[in-house]
Ligand binder design. Structure first.
Ligand SMILES: [Zn+2]
Ligand SMILES: [Zn+2]
Length: 297
């Protein structure tokens, strides 16, 4: 074996297993026996991710016995160290731990060929654990699933109905855990769920990882999706000649785009100004024609 290929870091390894797990889950649609490999790979990926968090705290923490660093910790021991208030002190909720324990049990059964797996059960277990892994990596390792999975795999795994539900619950959970203010959580333009988070440097859906441009409406200062902004330069009085736009009347606006809330008011305002202008013009016309009709004194 080539040594450089073996020398993958914990996290690279975890991601290789995660990618493989997703591939197997997708191929399980045609061949349900693939579920067992999906689950094996997934549990492996979870174990390596937990170890990576310990390693980041201190490299020796991944060993069972820190005085004789030979064997690395089991998944359960890794969990215990992560939760230990003197080590990392991160609380993993009881129901998550139960799901992990069940998945480990299932993994052991699969490796000893003592299992009877229905597609529905396998999909449920896979989805639960997959959503946990996505949550865990995003929240504690600062690695998001779109950095790990290709766009195709990401979309395919979200398309697994059960995965979608579990991922949505975890996304909502993460928004709560990270104390994101409610007005910065919008419906996602891609998946439609209330999981799109507006943040200074990243505007991203915590569920499907879609990103979108968010801009400030120049009229009211509210934040708005870039694709929802309306361009109203066609309402401005202007000519285009010799490569230049000549503005005759800007109706008091300096920037010609607006959010959906502002656009109607702006249309009405410009219409009103045009009407006023027209009446003024007509009045002037009338005044001139009256003057012309007056007999010379
Ligand atoms: Zn989304
Ligand atoms: Zn506005």
């Amino acid at each position: 074996m080539e040594p450089d290929k073996l020398n993958l870091s914990l996290i690279e390894n975890s991601h290789t297993f995660m990618t493989e797990a997703v591939r197997k889950a997708i191929s399980a649609r045609e061949d349900i026996r693939q579920w067992q490999f999906a689950i094996l790979n997934l549990v492996q990926s979870v174990e390596l991710s937990l170890k990576e968090l310990l390693r980041r705290e201190h490299p020796v923490l991944i060993f069972e016995n820190i005085d004789a660093p030979r064997n690395t910790v089991s998944l359960n021991q890794a969990l215990a160290r992560i939760e230990n208030p003197k080590i990392l002190g991160i609380t993993i909720p009881e129901d998550e731990k139960r799901k992990i324990a069940k998945a480990v049990k299932l993994r052991n059964k699969i490796t000893h060929f003592e299992f009877d797996l229905t597609a529905e059960y396998a999909m449920a277990k896979f989805s639960e654990l997959f959503a946990f892994l996505v949550y865990f990596q995003g929240r504690f390792l600062k690695l998001e699933m779109d950095e790990i999975l290709s766009q195709d795999l990401l979309q395919s795994v979200i398309d697994i109905e059960k995965c979608f539900t579990e991922l949505r619950d975890k996304a909502v959970q993460r928004i709560k855990d990270e104390a994101v203010s409610q007005d910065l959580v919008w419906p996602c333009p891609n998946c439609g769920e209330e999981t799109f988070v507006i943040e200074d440097d990243q505007n991203v859906c915590f569920l499907c990882r879609a990103t979108a441009e968010v801009t400030e409406c120049p009229q009211c200062g509210q934040l708005c999706f870039g694709h929802e902004m309306h361009d109203f330069s066609d309402l401005i009085d202007s000519d285009y000649s010799e490569g230049q736009v000549l503005i005759h009347n800007d109706y008091g606006y300096s920037r010609f785009n607006a959010c959906p809330e502002c656009i109607e008011k702006i249309r009405e305002d410009i219409e009103q100004q045009r009407a006023d202008e027209y009446y003024r013009f007509m009045e002037e016309q009338e005044w001139h024609s009256r003057r012309q009709q007056l007999p010379d004194i």
